[in-house]
Design a binder for this molecule. Sequence first.
Ligand code: ADP
Ligand code: ADP
Length: 236
Amino acid sequence: MALVSLRNVTKAYPNPNGGDPVLAINDVSLDIEAGDVYGIIGYSGAGKSTLVRLINALEPVTDGSVVVNGQELAGLGEKQLRPVRLGIGMIFQQFNLFNAKTVWNNVAYPLRVAGASKEKIQARVDELLEFVGLADKAKNFPEQLSGGQKQRVGIARALATAPSILLCDEATSALDPETTQEVLALLKRVNSEFGVTMVVITHEMEVIQSIATKVAVMDQGRIVESGDVFEVFSNP
Ligand code: ADP
Ligand code: ADP
């Protein structure tokens, strides 16, 4: 069974100008298998971020079914959603680090929230900072880091609770091309070494081509094409 499975999913928002609801997601079905690096590409407004919020159970669907790790999300309460969310890590375009916390404490934060022991936190944070190549920056604050370093902290923090899925929402869009390639190389290692399934949301074709194995193309709330990257982008 797919790790993430969407069936005929629709998400409508109330129209802020009155009138018909905004159909941010319109009858989308999608299967993401364990181990995939699954790209989702589309222009601004296509519905990509909404899709991420549905998978991460930050918002309920209007219609249809979202199954994550074998769990149907529809109808679950906040308490039942907590373990589902712990199994999903997220990284963001603007990194979303805690600026008043050190690098070390940024990575420790999800473990503290999850109630991990002091020994476990110490070992895990050190291991993750080593993995992302920032052991020497443990005591720095985010503002003392470059963009690429900030995103590496974001990746370490997202992996802290050992999620099975990492959602990357425009994670390299604020970075220059060279730093983008460095971060994508690190994300590839997260997939190959830890077996973490990746969902890579982007408006940039280069990102899909350098990292994804499968891709869905979104337009106006629909998936208009999907399949192996090689096949989808080989059409003239
Ligand atoms: P993308 O991430 O691809 O840029 P979004 O998922 O952010 O697309 O948005 C898809 C559509 O849904 C857009 O038309 C957007 O204006 C609309 N939308 C997103 N969030 C809301 C909201 N909270 N209320 C009303 N409309 C929204
Ligand atoms: P406490 O639970 O009292 O905060 P911790 O052992 O979690 O104790 O950490 C104490 C402080 O030392 C933390 O705030 C953290 O910033 C820092 N710290 C702990 N381990 C390291 C480390 N390996 N490298 C850098 N700073 C660390």
